[in-house]
Design a protein around this ligand. Structure first.
Ligand SMILES: [Zn+2]
Length: 196
């Protein structure tokens, strides 16, 4: 218990340092974009230098650090949630699902319930898996394109491309949430029509 609290304390320190660097490198490109909007244009003779100093260099630090921090954070969250997930209930009917010893077993232990009781939900999940593989592949291309545009000093265009990533994640989250709610209410109405 004591070891855990020391570890999480160190984690907090590391995270805040990373947050500082993220802010220090994330704000200049943002400020530059705002300035670009306000001023309309930047004199050609200084534009390349300003873009390099305020966008390219900060972004080279920001993007990898953002990816690493995000990955670490989500892994930590996943570990924290795993304790709860181990005693998971079905997202549709709330039935208690078998315990998994490891995270990677979770899918295997939960699969039979979804496959037999809610086959349409299982198929839906499989379909989303394919969509996300496609969306992720498209995302890698778009981020590559955005970085290329940034190198070509097309900062505004590249930011529009970069926006694909959060927009995609938000769109997936919202539509999945809505569809799960629809599955749930359909399940409830079926249950009230023919109670088991
Ligand atoms: Zn269920």
């Amino acid at each position: 218990m004591k070891r855990f609290s020391v570890e999480s304390g160190q984690h907090l320190k590391r995270l805040s340092r990373a947050t500082l660097i993220l802010l220090a490198t994330g704000i200049p490109p943002l400020g530059f974009t705002v300035a670009l909007f306000v001023l309309g244009s930047i004199p050609d003779n200084v534009a390349p230098y300003l873009t390099v100093a305020f966008v390219l260099v900060p972004m080279i630090v920001f993007l990898p650090l953002f990816a690493i921090t995000g990955y670490k954070y989500s892994m930590r969250r996943a570990r924290e949630r795993f304790a709860k997930l181990k005693n998971a209930s079905c997202i549709i009917c709330g039935e208690h699902l078998p315990d998994a010893v490891r995270l990677r077993d979770l899918r295997r232990t939960q699969r039979p319930h979804y496959e037999t009781v809610h086959p349409e939900v299982w198929r839906w999940g499989e379909r989303w898996k394919k969509i996300n593989i496609l969306g992720g592949t498209v995302g890698i291309f778009i981020v590559g394109l955005a970085t290329y545009q940034l190198a070509r000093e097309n900062a505004l265009q590249s930011i529009l491309f970069y926006a694909y990533v959060p927009a995609y994640i938000l769109a997936v989250y919202l539509s999945q949430k809505r569809e799960i709610e629809r599955f749930r209410s359909r399940w409830k109405s079926q249950l009230s029509e023919n109670p088991r």
